[in-house]
Design a protein around this ligand. Sequence first.
Ligand code: DHB
Length: 476
Amino acid sequence: MNVKNFIVSFCSLSLISITSMGQNTLTFDPTKFIVQSQEFQGKTVKVRAFEKVVYVANPADIVHEVMNVYIPEEYFNGEIINGYTAQTAPIFFPNKVGGYMPAQPDIFISNPQQGRDMGGPPSLSIVMALSKGYVVASAGARGRISPIGKAPAGIVDLKAAVRYLKFNDKLMAGDANKIISNGTSAGGAMSTLLGATGNHPDYEPYLKAVGAANATDDIFAVSAYCPIINLENADMAYEWQFNKIHTYKGRGGEGTLNEIAIKVSDELKKAFPQYVNGLNLKDKQGKKIILNENGEGNFKELVMSYIIASAQKALDAGIDLSTHSFLKIENKRVLSLDFDAYLTYMERMKTPPAFDALDNSSPENQLFGTASRDKRHFTNYAMQKTSSDASMMADKLQVKMMNPMNYIGDKSAKISTYWRIRHGAKDRDTGFAVPVILATTLQNKGFKTDFALPWDVPHSGDYDLEELFIWIKELK
Ligand code: DHB
């Protein structure tokens, strides 16, 4: 919006804020900012910083249900940045969710006074987005360690933040119809959920409970790095990939699978083809993508084709791949991949089941707890094999609401048109099948999906921001 409207709107709306004192107003206050600046790539990035804006009327968690909004100063002088104006600038919406834990909003300039659950410096993505003329809004969200942070609290919070931005679109620079989410791992999962579940009625009671603004929550585009999604099928996907690898090296330690674990792996691997075949995925020629009962078939070829394409891109960029005997390279072409040898090189990280741990010890078990029961199972397999008689199963709807796969194709969801999904070719936090299934489902349904497994990249995000912003700039 232009500055004149901005002032007029503010004068009328400030009255509303005053009359609703005592409870949190959902009206953006354009006067509550500080000016911040930093040097970036030889340029001064100067912004108005609106920090710790509570984005729900009935916050359950005042520390995390807050959002930081940064607006390039130029937009208050009617200037143009990178072809965008105050009215047209898309809103970059990064989250700092990791491990399904509570997350603070991301920040532009580090502030030692600000307690941050995730620690670490401000993300590069924010200053880069601002330097390229995007408005930035980063929302915090509740997470699994808190009794009030169990699923679907985190995604409900982020949807409420989107509603706040849309509700206040006329009061804020930036176009709230052009929200682009970004996140990594559990945060990548949140990003895909924002893209897949726009305005879906499943979330409505939860949004009402937190007092979300009266607006829609569909978003324009999704950027997701290594999204940890499809949790109710991810155990099978992991064992389909790593079944033959009996040693593991994880964050919590390393070891060798015992006989029981190997049996669990065999059973989960065996169950995977039925899941894949039921998805009715199609390749580019329209041929059904399947796996036979041994886990072989064109689905495996598809997964391998992404790794081969990744190696080819690395080779084209001048990276020496000659030491990798699992790749067959001739005349600068990557001809084939020995998948088993590649997996030995990658190493297994998690023990089976990778997500729904039989002893309820995984982050995901805690995600699917309740206020009174911290951890629950979320797959029939783990529930049957659980090591404790006291184990309980999560509610079906709670599990459904954390998986974007359950909404792509649901007519009640407004799904983002544009998707960019990256999963490192050396990422072992979930199986390759998980992002391949997401990308293929989106492509089959006509959503514009840019998907790749960048070479040698482990579990991480934001490693190719220049490319990300080139992609964003081309979205129409
Ligand atoms: C994350 C990593 C995991 O391995 C997992 O199971 C869940 C979340 C993360 O990095 O956010």
